[in-house]
Structures are given as C-alpha cells and as structure tokens.
Design a protein around this ligand. Structure first.
Ligand code: MN3
Length: 205
C-alpha cells in the first residue's frame, strides 16, 4: 500500500499516566489506521504516496475532501507520535529555545498561547506551533484534520508544523472526559523537544 501506518517509537503504555494505554491503542491502531486505509482508497491509482505527502497537502484543495481529511489525518497523527516521548517534558534548548523566546517573549508565554489555542478551539481539531514562510514561529488551531501546510488554511496560518496537539475528543475522553484543559496540561510532560528542534532545523536549513 502506498501509505503506511508508522510504528510508534515507544510502547502503548509508555506515555502513561499522561496519555493512558487504552487511548494510545485506540488512537494509533484504530483511528490513525482508518485515516491511512481511507487515504489509500482515496488515492488509489493516483501515484500519490508518503513521499508526496507535503506537496499533496500544500495543494490539497485540488484533491477533494477524502484526501483533505484522511491525508491530514495521516500526516497530523504521524507528526503527533513523533513529537511525544516518555522522556519528554521540560523546556526546549538551543535554536528552538531562542526562536520561542524571540517570537513569544519566553517559553511560559509560548506555552500559555499554545494551551489557550488548544483549549478554546471549538470542536474537533488541532493546536499547532508552526514556522511561517519567514521562519518565524507562531501558534494557531485548525479544524478537523486540517493543518498549516494546507492551501485551504487561512493565509495568516500557513507554514510548517513543528508541534501539534490533537484536541479531538478521541484523543483524551477515556482518561479526561470533558476536561480538555487537564489533557493539555498533561501533554507538556511528554513533549519531545529534541524532536521539535529537529523539525525546526529542517525548516531553517
Ligand atoms: Mn486523533
């Protein structure tokens, strides 16, 4: 198959208690797998595959809702797993820390802005830290499985995603029920800042 469900770089229970094992199993093996399967159906015989993911999303308006929803779903979840770690948490270092300081006035101000974006987004969607075309960092939220790469995103929220937080209820309801704010607070304990810093390096390259 053209698109494949990536293996998690840690076990399903590795992120507990912040993200519980049952949520991880369902989220990765059922939800993410469904996006991959549906994306493969939507792109069958188009020649699109994982290698063309970025350019596909950058011109997603050409492909219709199944590619937008499932392509976004596959990309967003793949990114999400890759920026989490049982050894995560703490604060970023190096160029990422400098860029956060420069663009938000400090790590705490960034965290507050990102958390507010995640908490106040109505309904299903994602909160993002992204780098815009000038290489400046910003936060936004997008509905459903959209993200800042997509040409359907508002111009002021276009860029390269560096860190994403899934705020669909399936991402937190089993453990946190309606308490999205608690889930957001727990997320900071498992963010892999080295992985986020590597994503920024690729943008600045
Ligand atoms: Mn999800």
């Amino acid at each position: 198959m053209a698109f494949e469900l990536p293996k998690l770089p840690y076990t399903y229970r590795a992120l507990a208690p912040h993200i519980d094992v049952q949520t991880m199993e369902l989220h990765h093996d059922k939800h993410h797998r469904a996006y991959v399967n549906n994306l493969n159906k939507a792109t069958a015989s188009t020649g699109l595959d994982d290698r063309s993911m970025t350019s596909m999303l950058e011109s997603v308006s050409q492909y219709g809702p199944a590619v937008r929803n499932n392509g976004g779903g596959h990309y967003n979840h793949s990114l999400f797993w890759s920026v989490l770690s049982p050894e995560g948490g703490g604060v970023p270092a190096g160029k990422l820390a400098d860029a956060i300081h420069e663009c938000f006035g400090g790590f705490d101000a960034f965290k507050e802005a990102f958390s507010a974006s995640a908490a106040t987004h109505f309904g299903s969607g994602w909160a993002w830290l992204y780098a815009n075309e000038r290489g400046e960092l910003a936060v936004c939220a997008t509905p459903n499985q959209d993200n800042p790469l997509m040409d359907v995103a508002p111009a002021e929220h276009r860029g390269t995603p560096l860190l994403g937080l899934d705020v669909w209820e399936h991402a937190y309801y089993l453990r946190y029920q309606n308490r999205r704010a608690e889930y957001i607070a727990a997320f900071w304990h498992v963010v892999d800042w080295r992985a986020v810093a590597q994503r920024l390096q690729q943008v600045l390259r």
